[in-house]
Design a protein around this ligand. Structure first.
Ligand code: ADP
Ligand code: ADP
Ligand code: MG
Length: 473
């Protein structure tokens, strides 16, 4: 089929990212927005934009209404982005029924992989090693206690339908498990609409290694190497690196093949990510599969030169992949920083408000994916991530230097951001030696002790003054 116009069922930087892919492919883009987003960048950049009502969140979550809009405005396809409805099988199903091509896998695959128990079962059947854990959901507290006894503490209590780092608790002992059980169930019910929970062995201080895969509608699956997302806070990723500077070439080959095998076994179509934990003894375990575009796809694009979003659109249009595995090469290293409007010194409390000045960094090897501009007011209703900075360099050491330079060049004023915190991470000798795991952030509380030293540079101040004189901003 030919895709001429795409409805983007999302907001923020990812909606802007998708608009850019459409623009380069000569495809029209249609944005949606809640009233609070009337002045958002994705609304300004898309060819068309349609209001989905006054409510801040529900407009982005109403699958029927969004697909109706796609039909009414002659969109041939719909891109769900990440978050919101991206992993909701109902959206894919409604699209299929209404003749709008969903840019992602089938409703059936989304449903199956969205349930972590079903995903684990599918992987075990395919011969992919999974984190040891409960067989299916745990049905009661007593069942959980008995299961944890067999697995051995510490254990992870996890929401079966969870995502975004929520609905996960580490339990050191039985008392912990008894205390957390109801909490996780209530969190899971509220956030994911399902009370199902299960147990996994806690892999102590693992590395989070995930593989980007692409599968077409003709049964071809390739991988685009791995990303290292071990730098996390409360199970949420802060920065991501490709390829992982912590893997040997042999491990890289092994994990790539394993991910392709996993994807093939579930009949995967479109872009997806297979997440693994790497334990201290060098074993990989399947953790989950994300059936959508990921926040951190940019680092993969930088090292491979492949535009993942454009590939998603080509796959959805029915084209076979243009690359065989052997055609996919990588060069150098890339690192992405999630620029969150948060105050690291205040327990990463969101810091919403007006961006009084914004300067995007540039120069060699620097990319920004952002949803902000000078004068933009970050609404308090959504994710605090407002921009991503991605840097690329030929070697790991050059990447560290470039990252420091680019973060220093970036100016986001008016709200607190995670930029100074990332500069501290870059100063850490462990990080520089590429020796870190998911406990890094927790083990380094001192990283928030930076001095707030952001008097605007002379240039920034001069530009700001000139701008103010002309626009009154
Ligand atoms: P990635 O793996 O792409 O880094 P994240 O886990 O950071 O993805 O999630 C990206 C966004 O999607 C975040 O805003 C997160 O809150 C949201 N999200 C992810 N999974 C779910 C889910 N199951 N339900 C609701 N929101 C989710
Ligand atoms: P989500 O769907 O929210 O992304 P994941 O299952 O991918 O949840 O887990 C998120 C993070 O939690 C992982 O990247 C890892 O840091 C940590 N984690 C999850 N399961 C385990 C485990 N069994 N052992 C150790 N850490 C884990
Ligand atoms: Mg995950």
């Amino acid at each position: 089929m030919e895709i001429k116009k795409i409805l983007i069922a999302n907001r923020g930087e990812i909606a802007v990212r998708i608009v850019r892919a459409c623009a380069e492919m000569g495809i029209k883009s249609a944005a949606i927005y809640a009233e609070a987003d009337r002045h958002a960048l994705h609304v300004k950049k898309a060819n068309q934009a349609f209001s989905v009502g006054p409510d801040t969140i529900s407009g982005y979550l109403n699958a029927h209404r969004i697909v109706n809009l796609a039909v009414a405005t002659n969109c041939d396809a719909l891109h769900p982005g990440y978050g919101f409805l991206s992993e909701n099988p109902q959206l894919a199903e409604i699209c299929a029924r209404r003749g709008v091509k969903f840019i992602g896998p089938s409703a059936q695959v989304i449903h199956r992989m969205g349930d972590k128990i079903e995903a684990r079962t599918a992987m075990m059947e395919a011969g992919v090693p999974v984190v040891p854990g409960s067989v299916g959901n745990v049905e009661s507290l007593e069942a959980a206690v008995s299961c944890a006894h067999d697995i051995g503490y510490p254990v992870m209590l996890k929401a079966t339908s969870g995502g975004g780092g929520r609905g996960i608790r580490r339990c050191e002992n039985e008392r912990d498990l008894r205390r957390n059980y109801d909490r996780v169930i209530s969190e899971a019910t509220k956030a994911f609409g399902s009370a199902n929970v299960f147990l996994e062995k806690c892999i102590v201080n693992p590395r989070h290694i995930e593989v980007q895969i692409l599968g077409d509608s003709h049964g071809n699956v390739v991988h685009l190497f791995e990303r290292d997302c071990s730098i996390q806070r409360r199970h949420q990723k802060l920065l991501e690196i490709a390829p992982s500077p912590q893997l040997t070439e042999e491990q890289r080959k092994y994990i790539g093949k394993l991910a392709v095998k996993a994807a093939k076994n579930v009949g995967y179509e479109n872009a997806g990510t297979v997440e693994f934990l790497l334990d201290q003894s060098g074993e990989f375990y399947f953790m989950e599969m994300n059936t959508r575009l990921q926040v951190e796809h940019c680092v993969t694009e930088e090292i491979t030169g492949i535009d993942v979003v454009q590939e998603q659109i080509r796959i959805a249009a029915g084209h076979p992949l243009r690359y065989k595995q052997k055609d996919i090469t990588r060069r150098g290293f890339a690192m992405e920083f999630r620029i969150n409007a948060e105050d690291p010194k205040n327990d990463f409390l969101p810091s919403y408000g007006r961006i009084t000045r914004y300067f995007a960094p540039g120069g060699p090897g620097v990319r920004t994916d952002s949803a902000i501009y000078t004068g933009y007011e970050i609404p308090p209703y959504y994710d605090s991530m407002c921009a991503k900075l991605t840097v690329w360099a030929l070697t790991w050491d050059q990447l560290l230097d470039r990252a420091r330079r680019a973060l220093g060049d970036m100016g986001v004023y008016g709200v607190k951001t995670t930029i100074p915190y990332y500069l501290e991470i870059l100063r850490s000798p462990e990080f520089q030696r590429a020796n870190f795991d998911t406990s890094f952030v927790e083990k380094h509380p001192e990283l928030v002790n930076y001095s707030v030293r952001h008097p605007m540079s002379d240039l920034a101040a001069a530009i700001g003054a000139a701008l103010a004189a002309h626009t009154g901003l």
